[in-house]
Design a binder for this molecule. Structure first.
Ligand code: PFF
Length: 473
């Protein structure tokens, strides 16, 4: 990206572009299912606190590093300290791990666009529909086909260099997505469901979406032990990295495109607000209604398939459900593809910077690598269900290794570099270079020097110990 280094026209352009990369499947697909899995309100509370402290500190650091050095991640870390240049390479590996499985989920979204287009929305509302396609134990055609389609579309966009065009489209799509999400959320809050017993007979008990709203927003501390606290914080932290595109060099690159007179504090606040707002809305759309249908346990059991099982059920009950479902999945598709394009663009431009390869060759190579790495994720829930890595299915393994291991390592080393080696002043001076007021400067310094490193070490130790089954989770 250092050749033809472009720059954003102004602060709003920068905020929208960074938010466009940040808002994606992480907000719409990953956040709701993690919130469902980790106790609703308590997860949401942890996430918001972490976003305001940790997310803010890390995002400010990365954007300021980018603007100060004017380089993308490999060059930027090298310029700050030659001893830390390896960090740029580690950060760069993250998008390579994420993109393939991101495209698998993107493929699922494509499938649902097709489902709603061809009028199979009633079939899609059956709980077995998703399993029959993505987790089919005998056929590999559909899971790999949709993955291939999404990856090929991403590669084609990067190859044609239409990033700017896609970004422009996403600026129109994003507000529509938000309006639609608000409307769907309001609708689902009116739903109620009669609880059935194990034989499928009505019990007379009615569960409402409003009870689900309480589950989603009000933290329930009963049964909250040290172990569940650590687990919840770990999950919230890994989600934060993923959702805000942190600890993978992306925000450094975006920072390097910003003008020197851009107010970084304001920008970081707005990007965070946007990203967290969309995640909270996505949860609002999915969790209360699913709670009404399935109860807290049923909700937690769904995992990555939550969005694809619960929303079709809701759409089937809505007036104009087929149309709303179609519009919704098209918008999710756009949010996903803008993010996957920025992921691939980062990898490709770095390959071009480091080698003599041109855009086409770099694109083809990265496409093939993603294909090879992604196929196990596409088949992991189905044909290759028996194969596990550290006890995890492929998709969960790649998700774990990037979000819970490599990203905390990158974040930890970045905090050590800034907090203890070159000093937080490097960053705070960059943030305040035009005399801006940095309201949370003391918090920033405390986070980067003390709290964040301690947190990150705990997360890393916990993730690794639980992955190797040394402690039980
Ligand atoms: N932050 C994106 C999401 O929440 O879906 C994922 C992502 C996109 C990460 C683009 C990195 C990136 F460059």
């Amino acid at each position: 990206m250092s050749e033809n280094r472009s720059s954003f026209s102004g602060r709003i352009g920068f905020v929208l572009a960074a938010a466009g990369s940040a808002v994606g499947l992480g907000n719409l697909w990953r956040f709701p299912y993690l919130a469902a899995q980790y106790g609703g309100g308590i997860f949401v509370l942890c996430y918001i606190i972490l976003a305001l402290t940790f997310g803010f500190a890390l995002m400010t650091t990365e954007i300021a590093i980018g603007r100060k050095t004017g380089l993308s991640c490999i060059g930027a870390y090298k310029k700050l300290s030659s001893k830390f240049s390896f960090l740029g390479y580690i950060a760069w590996v993250v998008p390579i791990i994420i993109l393939p499985y991101y495209s698998v989920i993107g493929g699922w979204v494509c499938k649902y666009v097709a489902v709603y287009l061809t009028g199979q929305h009633n079939a899609a509302a059956e709980a077995t529909f998703f399993k029959n396609f993505a987790m089919n134990p005998t056929s590999w055609v559909e899971p790999t086909g949709w993955f291939l389609l999404f990856l090929a579309l991403t590669a084609a966009a990067v190859l044609l260099g239409v990033e700017k065009g896609v970004e422009r489209v996403s600026k129109i799509m994003m507000p529509i997505l938000i309006v639609l999400m608000v409307a769907i959320s309001i609708f689902v809050l009116t739903l109620k469901h009669e609880v059935l017993d194990s034989n499928g007979n009505p019990t007379g008990e009615v569960r409402t979406a409003l009870q689900g709203l309480r589950y989603y927003l009000v933290p329930d501390l009963s049964g909250f032990t040290f172990k569940t606290a650590v687990k919840t914080v770990c999950a919230a932290m890994s989600q934060l990295f993923y959702s805000m595109s942190l600890a993978m060099g992306i925000m450094i690159t975006y920072g390097s495109y910003t003008k020197k007179d851009t107010d970084l504090v304001k920008s970081v606040n707005q990007i965070e607000l946007f990203d967290t707002g969309v995640a909270l809305l996505a949860g609002l759309m999915i969790i209360p209604s699913m709670f009404a249908f399935k109860g807290a346990e049923g909700l937690a059991a769904n995992g990555p398939s939550l969005m694809f099982i619960s929303l079709p059920e809701v759409f089937a009950q809505m007036p104009l459900g087929r149309f709303v479902g179609l519009v919704f999945f098209v918008l999710v598709f756009f949010a996903a593809i803008t993010s996957s394009i920025s992921l691939m663009e980062t990898i490709v431009s770095m390959v071009m910077d480091r080698t003599r390869l041109g855009r086409t060759a770099a694109c083809i190579i990265i496409f093939l690598v993603c294909l090879a790495v992604g196929i196990p994720s596409a088949l992991g829930y189905g044909v290759w269900d028996g194969v596990r890595l550290l006890g995890l299915q492929f998709l969960d393994f790649f998700d774990f290794i990037s979000n819970s291991v490599i990203m905390p390592i990158v974040a930890l080393l970045t905090c050590i570099l800034i907090g203890w080696i070159i000093g937080t002043k490097t960053i705070t001076d960059e943030v305040c270079r035009n005399g801006e007021k940095f309201g949370r400067k003391a918090l920033y310094e405390f986070m980067v020097k003390y709290l964040a490193p301690i947190f990150l070490v705990v997360i890393l130790v916990f993730s690794v110990l639980s992955a190797f089954k040394i402690i039980e989770v």
